[in-house]
Write a protein that binds this ligand. Structure first.
Ligand code: DX5
Ligand code: ZN
Length: 219
């Protein structure tokens, strides 16, 4: 099965956004990972619709939008308008998750659900068949540049088993602290998509770093 590298734009240079977008366009990356934070669900505020529209204007790859916001139902149509292809909401932010997921799909996007590090895989049992993607947080959401939580491997394995058992088509994405040191073990555990922010953008040659990550997960 295809494996996907998704550089996180949170770690890009916002004063040189177009340059960093073109770097990703011309790299082996598969998706643009876009982190939206509201200062409520997570302590940090990142960016909103105008910045996403600006990215969309130049981006030539899938827009993978990760919402770390309370009550995301209010904005599903808006995220479609600004160009999201995959829209991921947090389990912890959605009291009516089934309805939220159906609405994302109805608007023509792929639906993802993300779990915080302390949230068990079992909460997905009754929704997994409806999902296109599950995003496992391997750091506490809110900031780039944190260190990877080792318990993630076990969660990815449990999720892979649940997906197989339920005959779901959901992809498994891992987000936070992903580097060349853990990506192969994540692949082995069953992950399909890998978000990398700091590891890509703080490296000397981001294009090469992306190519290396892609090489490590492509059989
Ligand atoms: C964290 C975000 C991540 C973050 C990853 O809340 O969801 O996407 O940008 O950044 P790194 O790879 O630096 O941990
Ligand atoms: Zn993210």
């Amino acid at each position: 099965m295809n494996k996907f590298i998704a550089p996180s734009m949170l770690a890009a240079d916002f004063a040189n956004l177009q340059r960093d977008i073109e770097m990703i366009n011309n790299s082996k990356a598969d998706w643009f990972h876009i982190d939206v934070m509201d200062g409520m669900f997570v302590p940090n505020i990142s960016f909103g619709m105008p910045v996403i529209s600006a990215i969309k204007k130049h981006a030539k790859k899938i827009m993978d939008v990760h919402l770390m916001i309370v009550d995301p139902d209010r904005y599903i149509a808006d995220f479609k308008k600004v160009g999201a292809d995959i829209l991921t909401v947090h389990y912890e932010a959605c009291p009516h998750l089934h309805r939220t997921v159906q609405e994302i799909k109805r608007q023509g996007m792929k639906a993802g659900v993300s779990l915080n590090p302390h949230t068990p895989i079992a909460v997905l049992e009754d929704i997994i068949a409806d999902l296109d993607l599950v995003l496992i947080m391997s750091v506490n959401p809110g900031f780039g540049g944190q260190s990877f939580i080792e318990n993630t491997y076990k969660k990815v394995q449990q999720l892979r088993a649940l997906i197989e058992f339920s005959e779901s088509d959901a992809l498994i994405e891992v987000d936070g602290g992903v580097t060349d040191q853990n990506i192969e073990q994540l692949l082995e555990a069953g992950a399909d998509a890998f978000v990398a922010g700091s590891f890509v953008f703080k490296s000397e040659n981001p294009t090469e770093t992306i190519a290396n990550l892609k090489g490590l997960v492509s059989g």
